[in-house]
Design a protein around this ligand. Structure first.
Ligand code: FE2
Length: 483
C-alpha cells in the first residue's frame, strides 16, 4: 500500500489525557491520507462491489472547555471507494467554520453539550445554542454531494464523495427553521428526495424540509410540538414523514432559566406525528413512553403505517458510582443501559390507535437497511452490537424481520466495527443480495481494516479485509452510496 500524507495536524490534546472517548479506540487521527490502492490482507474483494463507503467520526483536534462529550468532537470523514475489484481510501477533516476559528485561535472557543452554553466564548449553532457545529455526527450522499451534519443542528457541509474535497456549507441550512439542520437527513432512493429536519427551544420547536433529487429545498413546514424536545432521527414512508415526540427532554422550568438538563417523564406518552411529505394536516398517535435514538425504517401497509425502530426500556438510567469519574458520561452513550431493542409500532390511520411489539430480545442499535427499500416494506436490518458500558461496536447482527431469524458476527476483544451499511449488488435479485461494509478499529494490533461481508451471511465473517493506512478513531454514523 502506498499512502501519501496530505496534511498533518498538531496534537493539541493533553499529553496525559485519560478521557475514555479521546483515548483507546477513540484516539483521534491527526493525519489526512490519500491511498490509491489498499492492500488486500485476506479474502477476495468482490468485483461487483462498486461505490463509496463513507464514515464520519468525532475527532477532536483541540482540548475542550470543561468536560468533553464524545459527540462534541470535530468531524473527520473516512471514505473507501470500490471499483473493479480494487479499493482506494481518503480521509479529511470536515472543514467547518468552527474548526477554522479554533485552529486560528489556537484554543477551543465553544463549550460542549455537558457544559453550560455561557462557557462558550462565541455565538454558535445548536438546538441549545452556543455550540460549535462540528458536523461530525452523520453523513449522507445526496445529489452527488456527501453531506455531513451535527446532531444538535447546524449547517450541512458538502463534499465530493470520492475526493472528500470540501464544497462548503449549503447556504440555506444555517437559518433553516431558525434552528439549522439536524443529523439524520433521510434519503428516499425511490424518488431521490432528501427529508431534513431541525429542532430547537423556540416555538414551533420543529421544522421539516424536503429537497428534490437535484438538491433544491422545495418544501418546508413547521411541525408544532408542545415544547422543546430532543428528537434525534426521522422516519418516512412513501407519502409521510414520521416525527417522534418523546418524553425525554430538557426540564422546561430549568430551561426557562437557561439551564439545559434532560429529564425523563415516564408519565407522558410517546407521540408520533404523521406529516404528509408534500404538506398538509399532521396526525398524532400515542404510544408507550420511550426514547428512540434511531429508526430502522417505516412503510405503509394499507391503512396502517408500520414504524420500526429502537425502543429504550430505560432511556435515562442512573450512573453507577463504582464506574468512577466518567460514570455519568458513560451511561449517556451506553445502549445496554438504555436497553435498546428493535420494536415495531403500527399506527392505524382508520382508528387512530397504535399497537406495538418488541421484535428481538438482543440489544443492538445503529441499524442499516438496503437503502432501495427506504420508506417501503423491508425485511432485513443490519445492526450493531455494543460492548456493555461503552459506545463501541463489538459486532454485527443481521435481523430477518419476517422470520425472526438472527445472524451474529462478534469481533475479538479490543476490535471494534463502525456503523455498517448494506451495499446492494448491482442488479440485485433480493433485498439481502449485496454486501455489508465496515471499518475496524483494532486496539490490539494498533491498525484499522475495511471488512466486507456477504449481506446474506454475515455470520460467515468477512469475505475481504483491506488494510487502512493508520488506525482510525471510532465514531458514529456511516453510509453507502452506489457508483
Ligand atoms: Fe444518530
Amino acid at each position: 500500500m502506498s499512502a501519501r500524507v496530505v496534511h498533518r495536524y498538531a496534537n493539541q490534546l493533553p499529553a496525559d489525557d485519560d478521557h475514555p472517548y479521546r483515548t483507546g479506540a477513540w484516539r483521534p487521527n491527526l493525519v489526512e491520507y490519500d491511498a490509491d490502492v489498499l492492500e488486500l490482507v485476506e479474502g477476495k474483494l468482490p468485483a461487483d462491489l462498486a461505490g463509496v463507503y463513507l464514515r464520519n467520526t468525532e475527532n477532536p483536534l483541540l482540548p475542550s472547555i470543561g468536560r468533553y462529550h464524545p459527540f462534541d468532537g470535530d468531524g473527520m470523514l473516512h471514505a473507501i471507494t470500490f471499483a473493479g475489484g480494487t479499493a482506494s481510501y481518503r480521509n479529511r477533516m470536515v472543514k467547518t467554520s468552527g474548526l477554522a476559528a479554533e485552529l486560528a485561535a489556537g484554543a477551543p472557543l465553544w463549550a460542549g453539550i455537558i457544559e453550560p452554553p455561557a462557557k462558550s466564548l462565541r455565538e454558535g449553532f445548536g438546538a441549545r445554542g452556543k455550540m460549535k457545529d462540528a458536523s461530525s455526527t452523520d453523513v449522507v450522499v445526496h445529489a452527488g454531494r456527501a453531506l455531513t451534519s451535527f446532531y444538535q443542528c447546524g449547517e450541512l457541509y458538502a463534499h465530493d464523495p470520492r475526493t472528500l474535497e470540501s464544497q462548503g456549507a449549503l447556504p440555506w441550512t444555517a437559518g433553516f427553521g431558525g434552528f439549522g439542520v439536524s443529523a439524520h437527513p433521510k434519503l428516499d432512493e425511490t424518488t431521490g428526495e432528501l427529508l431534513v429536519f431541525g429542532y430547537g427551544t423556540k416555538a414551533p420547536y420543529f421544522q421539516l424540509g424536503v429537497l428534490d433529487a437535484r438538491g433544491e429545498l422545495v418544501h418546508q413546514q413547521a411541525v408544532p410540538l408542545p415544547g422543546a424536545r430532543l428528537p434525534h432521527d426521522l422516519a418516512f414512508t412513501e407519502h409521510y414523514a414520521i416525527v417522534g415526540d418523546f418524553p425525554l427532554f430538557w426540564d422546561p422550568e430549568l430551561l426557562a432559566q437557561g439551564v439545559h438538563r434532560p429529564r425523563w417523564y415516564p408519565q407522558l406518552p410517546t407521540r408520533f406525528g404523521v406529516v404528509p411529505r408534500k404538506g398538509g394536516e399532521i396526525r398524532w398517535f400515542e404510544a408507550a413512553p420511550t426514547y428512540v435514538l434511531h429508526f430502522i425504517n417505516a412503510y405503509e401497509d394499507g391503512e396502517t403505517i408500520v414504524v420500526d425502530g429502537y425502543f429504550q426500556s430505560d432511556p435515562m438510567s442512573r450512573p453507577d458510582p463504582a464506574d468512577g469519574p466518567w460514570a455519568g458520561l458513560k451511561k449517556m452513550v451506553d445502549v445496554h443501559s438504555m436497553q435498546a431493542r428493535p420494536h415495531r409500532w403500527r399506527l392505524d390511520l382508520a382508528t387512530g390507535k397504535v399497537s406495538e411489539e418488541r421484535l428481538f430480545e438482543q440489544i443492538s442499535e445503529f441499524p442499516s437497511i438496503n437503502g432501495r427499500v427506504g420508506g417501503r416494506r423491508h425485511r432485513y436490518a443490519w445492526t450493531m452490537t455494543a460492548k456493555p458500558g461503552w459506545f463501541l461496536f463489538d459486532g454485527l447482527c443481521r435481523l430477518d424481520l419476517e422470520t425472526g431469524a438472527t445472524q451474529r458476527f462478534a469481533y475479538p476483544d479490543g476490535v471494534f466495527a463502525s456503523e455498517s451499511p448494506m451495499a446492494p449488488r448491482p442488479n440485485a435479485r433480493a433485498e439481502d443480495d449485496g454486501y455489508v461494509v465496515t471499518f475496524t478499529t483494532d486496539t490490539v494490533r494498533d491498525l484499522s481494516e475495511c471488512h466486507v461481508f456477504d449481506a446474506a451471511h454475515i455470520d460467515a465473517g468477512p469475505v475481504a479485509k483491506l488494510r487502512l493506512p493508520e488506525r482510525i478513531s471510532s465514531g458514529t454514523h456511516a453510509c453507502w452510496t452506489a457508483a
